[in-house]
Structure formats: C-alpha cells, structure tokens
Design a protein around this ligand. Structure first.
Ligand code: CP
Ligand code: NVA
Length: 304
C-alpha cells in the first residue's frame, strides 16, 4: 500500500502520534545545525519530491523544500499554471507520468477532489499541501508547537475563532485522534463542514460566541477571514467583525494560554498586533515547525 498523507482523519491515531513524535525527535537532533545539513539517518536519500502549486505559498513551499533536503533528497517545484495541467491535461495522466519520475508528490490544489483523484492513480505517495477543504500538514506543525511549549496535547482545549475553513477542518479531524477538545466559534453562515467528523463529533463544540469558545482554553487559534479562492470579501469582513482575537479575548482564556496562526496574518482583522506580536504568540515557532513536521510526514511516506 502506498502511504498517502491526504487528511488527518484517514490515519490511525497511533500512526499520527508516531509521526508527531518523530517530528519532535528530528527537531531535537539537529539543534544548532545549518539548515542544509542532512539528518543522520537521511531517510530521503536518493529520493525526489515533486511539488505542484495551484495557489500561492511561502511556508509550504520553502518548508517542504528545506525538509526534503534535510532528509537527504531533492525537489522539483512547479506551479500548475506552468504545467500542462494548467491547459487541461487530466489530473490522472499527470499522476501516472510523475509516478515514473519522482518518489513523492506534494500538491496544493484549489479543489480537494483533484488531490484525491491524483492519489487514486499515483504509485508514489501523495501529500496534501492545502486544499479548499483541509490543511493537514499545518495542524501537525501546530500540535508540535503546542507540545513543545505546553506539554502533551491530550486533554487540552483549543479554541478556534473565525472562519470554519480548511485549517479549522484539519483541527477538527485531529481532535479525536490526539485526544484534545476543540471549541469552534464561527458566525452561523461560516460554520465548518462536519462531514469527516463522524466518529469524533464529541471532541468538537460549535458555537457562534468567541467568548464562550476561549473560556479556559489552553490555545487560541485563528486564520484569515478570506481564504485563497474566497470571493465574498466584503460580506466576510462584515460577518467576522466581532471575531478578532485581541487582548480582551485572550484574557478570557487560561492565564498560560498561547496563540497560534498558520500565517499569512492580516493584522487588524482576525488578530491584533498586540496579540500576534505579544508574549503569548508562538507563530514563528509554528512556522519553523512546518519543516520538522513535514520531515516526519515524508519519512513516514518513504517507509511505506
Ligand atoms: N501556512 C501556510 O500554509 O502558509 P503558505 O500559504 O505560505 O504556504
Ligand atoms: N485558510 C487559508 C490558509 C492559508 C495557509 C487559505 O486557504 O488561504
């Protein structure tokens, strides 16, 4: 069986825990090293990772490229617009061709179903680097960040404030797998999609009240109100106006609560300067951890 990393709800809890443990171990093992030096075990040696981007990216692009190098491998990066994919070549044919040329493929796609279609015919591992529906790699980095700062994630409460978007969905998928509780506060019309949560529904509480969601929370998380591909900019700004994470909202969380944001951030919208640049913000560690978490994902894929 080819090991694809498409969504957190598709993996067993023990497998996910092992990936997160590996991310912690890989980070600890290379403290003080230069970024290009390969890990001692180099599980990506002689492996080529292809990356396809249908949407913009800074963190995902650079972290995956750094990650495969630190695993001893190399990368090929293309935007979909530069590929025949952008002129209508079927996703399945692209998958069949790349399967003959590289050892794994990371895709950032507009339509989640395209990543599923790619994976169905790919004979090499496929990794979801964000779709309209989910962002699983981001959540592994987020959980790594929380654990290194605040200890084991099991039993903690995370408050998601704002849009019920792709990143929110992956947090929802992760809650039952890692044993934390997720309070989601969104305006009713932007509530998340519950379709992949069947067995984990009691790990998630939905509300429209940000204050209720953050009460006693160990972690407060938000994301942009307007994701890539969203068209209704004005309507969103109006709907989310009272969902900004500011110091008053953070004050209702646990006194040791930390703040996360996957970035890019829109200061003055979903988060204030005082919070994102303040002492409880872990956003730069969170961005760095994209490398370590994705190395663990790649190593898991290659070990299949
Ligand atoms: N958080 C994240 O995925 O950032 P990029 O869009 O820059 O990759
Ligand atoms: N929800 C955001 C995440 C960006 C990393 C988006 O999809 O644009």
């Amino acid at each position: 069986m080819v090991r694809h990393f498409l969504d957190i709800h598709r993996l067993e809890a023990a497998e996910l825990r092992a990936i997160l443990d590996d991310a912690h171990a890989r980070k600890a093992a290379r403290k003080g090293w230069t970024q290009g030096r390969p890990d001692a075990d180099a599980p990506g040696e002689d492996r080529v990772l292809a990356m396809i981007f249908e949407k913009n990216s800074t963190r995902t692009r650079f972290s995956f490229d750094a990650a495969i190098r630190q695993l001893g491998g190399s990368s090929i990066i293309a935007t979909a617009a530069d590929m025949q994919l952008g002129r209508g070549e079927p996703v399945e044919d692209t998958a069949r061709v790349l399967s003959r040329m590289v050892d794994a493929v990371m895709i950032r796609a507009n339509d989640h179903e395209d990543v599923e279609r790619f994976a169905r015919v790919s004979t090499v591992p496929v990794i979801n680097g964000l779709t309209d529906r989910s962002h699983p790699c981001q959540i592994l980095a987020d959980l790594q960040t929380i654990e290194e700062h605040s200890g084991p994630i099991a039993g903690k409460t995370i408050a998601w404030i704002g849009d019920g978007n792709n990143v929110c969905h992956s947090f929802m998928h992760a809650a039952p797998k890692f044993g934390f509780h997720l309070n989601v506060a969104c305006p009713a019309e932007y509530h998340p999609d519950l379709r992949d949560l069947a067995k984990g529904a009691n790990a998630v509480t939905l509300t429209s009240d940000p204050r209720e969601a953050v009460k006693g929370a160990d972690v407060v998380v938000t994301d942009t109100w307007v994701s890539m591909g969203d068209q209704d900019y004005e309507a969103r700004l109006a709907a989310f106006e009272s969902y900004s994470v500011d110091e008053a909202l953070m004050a209702l969380a646990d006194p040791d609560a930390v703040f996360l944001h996957c970035l890019p951030a829109h200061r003055g919208e979903e988060v204030t300067d005082a919070v994102i640049d303040g002492p409880r913000s872990l956003v730069w560690d969170e961005a760095e951890n994209r490398i370590h978490a994705q190395k663990a994902v790649l190593a898991w894929c290659f070990a299949g």
